[in-house]
Design a protein around this ligand. Structure first.
Ligand code: PLP
Length: 391
């Protein structure tokens, strides 16, 4: 029978994350026998540490098979609170912590809580593509603020403040940043906090998912350091990057009192709770040894150094040293190709998967994202293929 149904129009506003389609194409080429090096997807190439895996298995064996509290198991919320106190010397009540299936969920929740027709939400561009997508889906207008190479891919507070209108409900920031590897200096964050005094009704969402991968001259500063904005601050964080747990689907949000109950309602409506055994694994991640985090940080630092040096040897490429996360974001304007042409050329001709800068927004044109989450050997081989082609 012929059908002709209409799809709800908001679905036309959803964007996507190109890294997943690059991954699918790279996997397909590899399955056809091509020698593919994947510098596309943003996930640690390490396995989840054994003590964490064991804790997940133990939880399953002990019978943790049912629903848990929609907010997360109490022990885990408490462990997150302790972790924050240990690392930032700030007390956050477990009552403000919501355990969710992946940090990404907090982006969607923030957009749903603060965005609707007539509102405006500011977000970094180039930035994680889900910001723009979730804002557009909420009905709010997505207002990009540019992260530029000449500012080390940090934001300019003046620029952000100048874009705030009477309709602005939310500002999203991300440091250390995907895709640029930029880290916003503390002085700039302080300026932002001060500047926001004039806009008391604007909420801030700080995506701190890469907080433990910071190795440049700017140290990481959490927005939790500023109690004066705490009542309008949402924090996104989680286990995916820090403990190499992308596939476990675990993250958390910190919400102020006014927003927490509504965020919890969204959780109940959408996913009920996070799978129980993963939460026990997450508990072990926070309570067990943190040596694995330090080790991964050292690996990413070494590889980022290796990658950015090698990138600068390629004709037409110039790359700033990343300060955090695990990406290099070279400028490729002098190659004569645009971002998506380079992405396709590298994958189709050289077997190197990367992601075009434009996948992270319009200001990403002229750039390319390469992930350092691969072995030194793979990075060297990929970059020598690219060098040979361009030089
Ligand atoms: N925020 C940023 C900046 C990211 O790069 C990612 C993942 O790539 C996420 C959030 C989502 O993390 P998760 O896998 O925990 O949903």
């Amino acid at each position: 029978m012929k059908t002709n149904y209409d799809l709800a129009s908001r679905n036309n506003n959803l964007g996507t994350e190109t890294a997943f389609s690059v991954l699918a194409k790279a996997n397909k080429l590899a399955s056809e026998g091509r020698d593919i090096i994947n510098l596309g997807i943003g996930q640690p190439d390490f396995k989840t540490p054994e003590n964490i895996v064991d804790a997940g298995i133990k939880a399953l064996k002990e019978g943790h098979h049912g629903y848990t509290q929609s907010t997360g198991i109490p022990n885990l919320r408490e462990a997150v609170s302790n972790d924050i106190e240990r690392r930032h010397n700030q007390y956050i009540s477990p009552e403000n912590i919501l355990i969710v299936p992946g940090g990404k969920v907090i982006i969607f929740f923030s957009a749903m809580l603060m965005g609707e027709n007539g509102k405006e939400i500011l977000y970094p561009n180039p930035g994680f593509p889900i910001y723009e997508s979730a804002i557009n889906y909420s009905g709010a207008k997505s207002v990009p603020y540019q992260l530029s190479e000449d500012k080390g891919f940090s934001f300019s507070t003046e620029d952000i403040l100048s874009k705030i209108s009477k309709n602005t409900s939310l500002i999203i920031i991300n440091s250390p940043a995907n895709p640029t590897g930029g880290v916003v200096p503390k002085s700039e964050l302080e300026k932002l906090v001060k500047g926001l005094e004039k806009f008391p009704d604007v909420v801030l969402m700080s995506d701190e998912i890469y907080d433990q991968f910071c190795f440049g001259e700017n140290n990481f500063t959490s927005m939790l350091m500023y109690p004066e904005i705490r009542e309008r601050l949402i924090i996104l964080n989680g286990w995916s990057k820090t403990y190499a747990m992308t596939g476990w689907r675990l993250g958390y949000g910190i919400f102020p009192n006014k927003l927490y109950e509504k965020a919890e309602k969204l959780a109940v409506n959408i996913h009920s709770c996070v799978n129980a055994s993963a939460q026990y694994a997450a508990l072990e991640a926070l309570n067990g040894s943190q040596k694995c985090v330090l080790e991964m940080n050292n690996h990413f630092k070494r590889r980022a150094n290796l990658m950015y040096k090698k990138l600068n040897e390629i004709k037409g490429f110039s790359c700033q040293k990343p300060n955090g996360a695990f990406y290099c974001f070279p400028n490729i304007m002098k190659t004569g190709y645009n971002s998506s042409e380079i992405q396709n050329l590298l994958l189709d001709n050289l077997g190197v998967a990367t992601v075009a800068g434009t996948s992270f927004g319009k200001f990403g044109e002229g750039y390319l994202r390469l992930s350092c989450a691969n072995s030194d050997t793979a990075i060297e081989e990929a970059l020598s293929r690219i060098k040979e082609f361009f030089n």
